[in-house]
Structures are given as structure tokens and as C-alpha cells.
Design a protein around this ligand. Structure first.
Ligand SMILES: *[C@@H]1O[C@H](CO)[C@@H](O)[C@H](O)[C@H]1NC(C)=O
Ligand SMILES: *[C@@H]1O[C@H](CO)[C@@H](O)[C@H](O)[C@H]1NC(C)=O
Ligand SMILES: *[C@@H]1O[C@H](CO)[C@@H](O)[C@H](O)[C@H]1NC(C)=O
Ligand SMILES: *[C@@H]1O[C@H](CO)[C@@H](O)[C@H](O)[C@H]1NC(C)=O
Ligand SMILES: *[C@@H]1O[C@H](CO)[C@@H](O)[C@H](O)[C@H]1NC(C)=O
Ligand SMILES: *[C@@H]1O[C@H](CO)[C@@H](O)[C@H](O)[C@H]1NC(C)=O
Ligand SMILES: *[C@@H]1O[C@H](CO)[C@@H](O)[C@H](O)[C@H]1NC(C)=O
Length: 570
């Protein structure tokens, strides 16, 4: 009621302004031309007059111009060279003075997204650069452009590591950044089965976007709700952990829509000082960053480093990797696995009920970083993290804290009811004591929770994650409105630019791997493969609906089922 009165007052106020001052508004709209050149115009109120917009002097992707202020609303229109007109099917609310950089065909610029509380303060080691890179309530647009042959080449060879150079224009609501010769390559393991690829962007030694040198564009193609990774990183942030942020971006390459992606930071020598030293590289005593790549159980294997990079596994990949060598004031130092080896040795005989157990553990590793991360793995039903798969985590030696390790979670696509290696029904909440992997094959998980003090803290952490459930649901609803238009564009893209092995051949190869025992649950993996390649699961169904596939449940369906298991377990 009050809202309506305010709205009427506001509209009549706008009307007065426009009549009295005949004020013009600067309209700016982002558009791309798919095949034909086109021009843009704006239509004010329901008047049929078209006010032409011209290409912005800042970037060819923005059309801008002056036109009267609307009293009812306005719409953008494209006019092709053949004078075909297309007018937006919705009206935009009147704006005073100047619009944002709006996007043609996307009905709203910003959304009200409920915030999750800061459940735990940031880890004491974190001193994160405030960069503005991730904006929750809006979707910036990225235009990549360059040689068509290069773009064709990386998509025809998605299993190789070809790097190409493309120019990038980032267009936010009120900012534009242009970067030349950005190195682009295809990335991601799971999404290489899917026609929609993930990418890595590298801006070079001197280049950066919002202070970051390398960024990832996550394809989101294994998740028909598009929201799982976002919700996971929101929880990670709410739990005060060191990790990447996550936000949505829409991507065009050579003026063709590539769809909706997740923007993430890559963990490199620029990210570490950004995360732990407020972006100051020059005055930073940076430790080593290790990654758990494959079967990285953190078992002590002896003192010989070669045992920790063994590729004796079906994926023929090293178990651990030194992601970043240590540095002092920007200068690279010699790297070794010694700190990691020492830690696995500690874990093999870790103290549990000794009176000084807590202190001894904390000398080795920031136990908050471990307990919070593992509590979230449980809450988020992660099937590809340390507990379930012994991978997708990082350990950073904090050189400013006696080489205390910090646990950094990563890769959150196989979560919240989406899974590939295991039946998704095995990812619902269960007490850690009942978890099938709660044994010496996961010495970090198993041993830390044998310490009575840590067990109490861990159970409290799980409880506080469930305390935020209502907010998680309202965030899911708000974020699904934010991405709705972009999701419907994303699913309509014909991705014939990617060359994949024919479906039936790939399926045969997968069946062979299943026979060889590479995948634990063959049914789940085959289901995952066929749904990411062939099946269309609607956005609405994926978020709000009930799905009972071996590799997928509805997003809210899974959360509420898992929450029920949690309540029952108490
Ligand atoms: C307002 O915009 C119209 C249409 O573009 C233009 O003809 C007119 O000159 C502008 N008026 C002012 C005061 O800028
Ligand atoms: C009006 O918009 C112009 C162009 O975007 C901008 O330069 C100016 O600062 C704005 N004025 C006010 C009062 O907001
Ligand atoms: C990138 O932009 C620069 C400067 O605008 C231009 O000279 C170059 O040709 C562009 N490169 C590509 C690959 O389009
Ligand atoms: C470590 O193992 C490798 C491979 O088995 C071997 O060649 C090397 O000599 C060993 N190093 C030491 C110091 O034992
Ligand atoms: C999960 O589903 C599979 C296949 O339908 C079934 O065999 C198994 O018992 C289920 N497991 C659980 C924990 O519900
Ligand atoms: C740990 O649990 C897993 C899953 O239940 C089982 O396959 C494995 O044999 C166990 N390992 C040990 C060392 O007990
Ligand atoms: C799911 O339902 C909620 C209301 O319960 C709605 O706000 C949201 O837009 C729906 N999501 C999708 C993707 O349809």
C-alpha cells in the first residue's frame, strides 16, 4: 500500500522534472552484432519515435546517446541494415540523467540479493585485497575478440593446451576495462566432456584485471541450476576461509554469445599476496602453495620427494603439485615438498588426547582452516574434495607464521546434489563418525576429529552452517532471478564450435574405464556423462524441482533432504 503511494508520488515527481526542465538522459546499452551490422535506438514511453544511439568513443560494444527522460518507461531497439526492427519485449523504469551500461535484452541491471552473515571472522592469516572484482547483484559482460582461426583451433583441440591471444573488454554497470593480448586457454577436467568449455585468462606479467593476473571462466555446464558453485563460495566466504570469490559474467567471443560463466580467481603468485598481504607483492615473505591433485590422501610415504609426485594412478597425474614456489619480496626461491612431507609425517602419528594436542596441531596447521573447510564439505555434500576424493584442496605454508599451513578449499562443482563419481544419494549429510571415508585413508579428517576439543568445534561449525539455511534458500531465489535471462540465453546457444568425440565412442571409452575400475560408481558416472552431453534439464526443475538421477537431484530438494538427515542424526 505505502509502496504504491510512494511509487505514484515518485512517477509524478519524475513527470514534473521532465516537463519543467525538458531534461535529457544519457542512454547507454551494451550490444553485439551477431551476423549483420546493426544500429541501436531507444524508444521513450510508448512513443514510436526512435532516438538513435551511436557507438561510444570508449568501446565499440556500447551504444550511447541523448534522449528525453521517460515518464512511464523506455525500451531499446535494434535496427538491422535491412531496416528490420527488434524492440525489447519489456519496459525499463525511468532514469534521471544517465543510465548504467545496460545490456540489450536483459531486463534489470541489479537485484537485491540477501547477504549471508559472516559466520566466522576471516582466518587470522587473511589480509584480502579489496578489489571489487566480484559483484553479487549484477552480471558484467566480457567481450573477447581476435583471430577466428585461433578461436576455432582451441575449440577443435579441447584436450590440448593450446594458448591463444585475444583482446578483452570488460563492461560493468559503470566501468569499462580493455586489455590487449590476453592469453586464453581451455581448462577444467570435468567440463571437457561437455560442449561448453571452461577457460583460463592470463593478463601477463604486467597486466591485471581488478588486481588479478589470472582468472578462470567456469562453464557451469555440469550444473543445470547454475547456482551450486556460487552458493559454495558464498558459504566459504561466510566461514572466513581463504579461497577465491565467485561471481557471474556473460561472455562473448568474436561477437558470438558463449553464455553465462562463473568468474573466479586463479591461485598464483599474484593471488597469494592479494589474499594474504593486501595485494602488496613487493614486501611479502610468501610461502609455498601445494595442491592435492589426485589421490592426495596426505599419507606419509617416506622422505623421498619423488613418492609425492608419483603418477602411478589411472589418471597418470602427479598426486601433489607445487603450485607456487616461495618468494621473498617478489623474487622466486627454491621450492621443495619438504614442508608437505613433514606435515604428512606429523599426521601419521598425530596427537589426539594428549594435554597439548591442540597446541601441537596448531603449530602445524591453522586448525580453524581445516575444521571450517571439512565442516563445509559435509554441509555442501562435496563429492570431489578431500573427504570423498582426496583432491581439490591446497595447502599454503604461511612463511610469516613459522610455516604454519593454511587449508584452502577449491573446485566446488560436484556439490549440493550434483555428483559424478558417486551416486548422489551418498552425498546427503551423515555424522562424520558414520562417513565411509572416516578412516586412516584420510589422516587429516580422521585424526583431527579424534581431538576432543576439535570434535566439539567441528560439530558447532556444522550446526552453524545449518543455522543459515533459510538465508541460503532466499539467496538461491534471488540469485535465480538475477541469472534467469542469461540462463535462457545460455541454453539456447548452439555449441557446434566445440569438436568432441562422437557420443557413442566416448560412451564406449567410459564403459572401458569403468570396467578397469577407474570410476567407483559406473552408473553414476554414465548418468553424469549422458546428462551433461545430451539431456535438457530445465533451470526451474534444476533449482526448484524434484530430480532423482544417479548423478543429480534438484538443488533445493538435495538441501532439504540433507538437512532432514542432519536433524535425524542429532
Ligand atoms: C535532447 O535529446 C534530443 C534527442 O536526441 C536532442 O534533439 C536534443 O537536442 C537534446 N536536448 C538537449 C538539451 O541536449
Ligand atoms: C549526469 O550524467 C553525466 C553523463 O553520464 C555525468 O557526467 C554527470 O556527472 C551526471 N550528473 C549528475 C548530477 O549525476
Ligand atoms: C587488440 O587490440 C589492439 C589495439 O587495439 C589491436 O592492435 C590488435 O590487433 C588487437 N588484437 C587482436 C588479436 O584482435
Ligand atoms: C628417490 O627415489 C627415486 C626414484 O625411486 C630414486 O631414483 C632416488 O635415488 C631417490 N632419492 C633418494 C635421495 O633416495
Ligand atoms: C543409492 O541408490 C542406489 C541405486 O539406486 C542404491 O542401490 C543405494 O542403496 C542407494 N544408497 C543410499 C545410501 O540410499
Ligand atoms: C577406508 O574406507 C574406505 C571406504 O569405506 C575403504 O574402501 C577402505 O578400505 C578403508 N581404508 C582403510 C585403510 O581402512
Ligand atoms: C524457484 O522458486 C522461487 C519461489 O519459491 C522463485 O523465486 C524462483 O525464481 C524459482 N526459480 C526458478 C529457477 O524458477
Amino acid at each position: 500500500m505505502t509502496f504504491n503511494i510512494v511509487k505514484v508520488l515518485f512517477i509524478s515527481l519524475l513527470a514534473t522534472v521532465s516537463v519543467n526542465c525538458a531534461q535529457n538522459v544519457t542512454y547507454s546499452v551494451v550490444s553485439y552484432s551477431s551476423s549483420e551490422r546493426h544500429s541501436l535506438a531507444v524508444m521513450i514511453d510508448n512513443d514510436k519515435t526512435l532516438y538513435h544511439l551511436s557507438v561510444s568513443p570508449d568501446t565499440p560494444y556500447i551504444f550511447t546517446g541523448s534522449a528525453p527522460m521517460a515518464t512511464i518507461g523506455y525500451k531499446y531497439a535494434t535496427i538491422s541494415t535491412f531496416k528490420q526492427k527488434h524492440i525489447e519485449p519489456f519496459s525499463r523504469a525511468p532514469v534521471v540523467n544517465a543510465t548504467y551500461n545496460e545490456v540489450y535484452g536483459i531486463s534489470k541491471n541489479t537485484y537485491l540479493i540477501p547477504e549471508l552473515p559472516q559466520t566466522y571472522p576471516p582466518l587470522s592469516s587473511i589480509n584480502r585485497l579489496s578489489s571489487g572484482i566480484h559483484k553479487d547483484d549484477q552480471i558484467p559482460t566480457l567481450f573477447l575478440s581476435g583471430s577466428k582461426a585461433d578461436v576455432r583451433n582451441i575449440h577443435s583441440n579441447i584436450y590440448s593446451k593450446i594458448k591463444i591471444n585475444l583482446n578483452l573488454t570488460y563492461i560493468g554497470l559503470s566501468e569499462v576495462h580493455a586489455l590487449n593480448a590476453v592469453e586464453v586457454k581451455i581448462s577444467g577436467r570435468g567440463t571437457r566432456f561437455s560442449p561448453k568449455a571452461s577457460y583460463k585468462l592470463d593478463f601477463g606479467k604486467k597486466g591485471s584485471l581488478f588486481g588479478y593476473r589470472r582468472l578462470k571462466l567456469r562453464s557451469l555446464s555440469t550444473d543445470p541450476s547454475y547456482l551450486r558453485e556460487k552458493i559454495c563460495y558464498d558459504m566459504i566466504n561466510s566461514f572466513g576461509l581463504a579461497s577465491s570469490g565467485f561471481s557471474f559474467v556473460r561472455v562473448f567471443i568474436n561477437n558470438k554469445p558463449f553464455g553465462l560463466f562463473g568468474l573466479q580467481e586463479d591461485f598464483d603468485e599474484v593471488w597469494l599476496p592479494n589474499e594474504f598481504n593486501n595485494g602488496d607483492k613487493a614486501n611479502y615473505n610468501q610461502g609455498t602453495l601445494y595442491t592435492g591433485k589426485i589421490r592426495a590422501e596426505l599419507r606419509y610415504l617416506g622422505e623421498n620427494e619423488t613418492l609425492y609426485v608419483s603418477t602411478d594412478n589411472p589418471h597418470k597425474q602427479p598426486m601433489y603439485k607445487i603450485e607456487e614456489a616461495p618468494r621473498k619480496n617478489g623474487e622466486k626461491l627454491a621450492a621443495s615438498f619438504q614442508r608437505l612431507i613433514d606435515f604428512t609425517k606429523f599426521l601419521a602419528n598425530a596427537p589426539s588426547t594428549e594435554p597439548n594436542a591442540v597446541a601441537l596441531w596448531n603449530q602445524q596447521i591453522d586448525t580453524e582452516s581445516v575444521l571450517r573447510s571439512l565442516a563445509l564439505e559435509q554441509f555442501l555434500g562435496s563429492s570431489d574434495g578431500y573427504i570423498m576424493a582426496a583432491c581439490n584442496y591446497n595447502l599454503f605454508t604461511n612463511a610469516n607464521q613459522n610455516d604454519q599451513l593454511v587449508y584452502i578449499p577449491s573446485d566446488m562443482d560436484m556439490t549440493l546434489g550434483s555428483s559424478s563419481l558417486y551416486n548422489v544419494n551418498t552425498t546427503l549429510y551423515r555424522r562424520f563418525e558414520d562417513h565411509p571415508k572416516f578412516n586412516i585413508s584420510r589422516p587429516l579428517f580422521y585424526n583431527i576429529l579424534k581431538v576432543p576439543e576439535f570434535k566439539l568445534v567441528f560439530n558447532d561449525m556444522v550446526a552453524s552452517a545449518y543455522n543459515n539455511l533459510e538465508l541460503v534458500y532466499s539467496r538461491i531465489n534471488a540469485l535465480s532471478s538475477l541469472i534467469q535471462d542469461d540462463v535462457s540465453n545460455d541454453v539456447s546457444i548452439v555449441r557446434n564450435y566445440v569438436v568432441l568425440p562422437p557420443y557413442f565412442i566416448a560412451r564406449k571409452l567410459i564403459k572401458v574405464s569403468i570396467k578397469e575400475g577407474i570410476v567407483e560408481d559406473g552408473d553414476a558416472f554414465l548418468d553424469f556423462f549422458s546428462r551433461t552431453q545430451k539431456e535438457k534439464i530445465s533451470f526451474e526443475e534444476a533449482v526448484n524441482g524434484t530430480i532423482n538421477k544417479p548423478s543429480l537431484m534438484g538443488l533445493k530438494q538435495w538441501i532439504s533432504m540433507s538437512a532432514n538427515s542432519y536433524l535425524k542424526s542429532k
